[in-house]
Ligand binder design. Structure first.
Ligand SMILES: [Zn+2]
Length: 161
């Protein structure tokens, strides 16, 4: 179900995640794509300022609510380097966006954090499907998940040594 176009969009998300990491934020990047394939909006994680709700998927959902009709939102796809957290999944659901494609899953991230001895986050790790109904969700993509893992490893290893 994940085609070459999807992979191209996901690679852009991973590049945005790396851009976030290089800027001192957490390595997550996402893009919003219209039904006709046009990229409407892209964003990356911006939590370094101290506001831990500054996730790209949340920003895309708010942008969509302000700029797209309900039909356009339903037909749009959100691509993201890492599966939505519960906050972002809820925002996606509340504004009525459509398909989600992710490079790596929340379960993978939880597994990596466990591997590195990092404490679990306060917000629980849930699948998107545990937060919203009726949204087509696809992922992970193994070859891209490896790249995402490396970004998270870099984030955890650099400042703590
Ligand atoms: Zn989030």
């Amino acid at each position: 179900m994940i085609n070459e176009t999807d992979l191209m969009q996901l690679r852009r998300c991973v590049a945005l995640a790396e851009e976030a990491l290089d800027a001192g934020d957490e390595p997550f990047g996402s893009i919003l794509v219209a039904d006709n394939g046009n990229v409407l909006m892209e964003d990356r994680n911006r939590v370094a300022g101290g506001d831990h709700t500054q996730h790209p998927e949340f920003a895309l959902a708010r942008w969509a609510a302000n700029h797209l009709t309900p039909d356009q939102r339903r037909e749009a796809t959100v691509y993201t380097s890492g599966e939505h957290c519960p906050m972002c999944a809820a925002a996606h659901g509340w504004v009525g966006l459509g398909r989600i494609v992710y490079a790596s899953s929340s379960a993978q991230l939880a597994e990596w954090l466990g591997e590195w001895g990092v404490a679990e986050p306060r917000v629980r790790t849930l699948r998107i499907q545990d937060v919203i109904r009726d949204t087509p969700v696809e992922g992970p993509v193994p070859e891209l998940a490896v790249q995402v893992k490396e970004l998270h490893r870099r984030m955890r290893s650099a400042p703590q040594q």
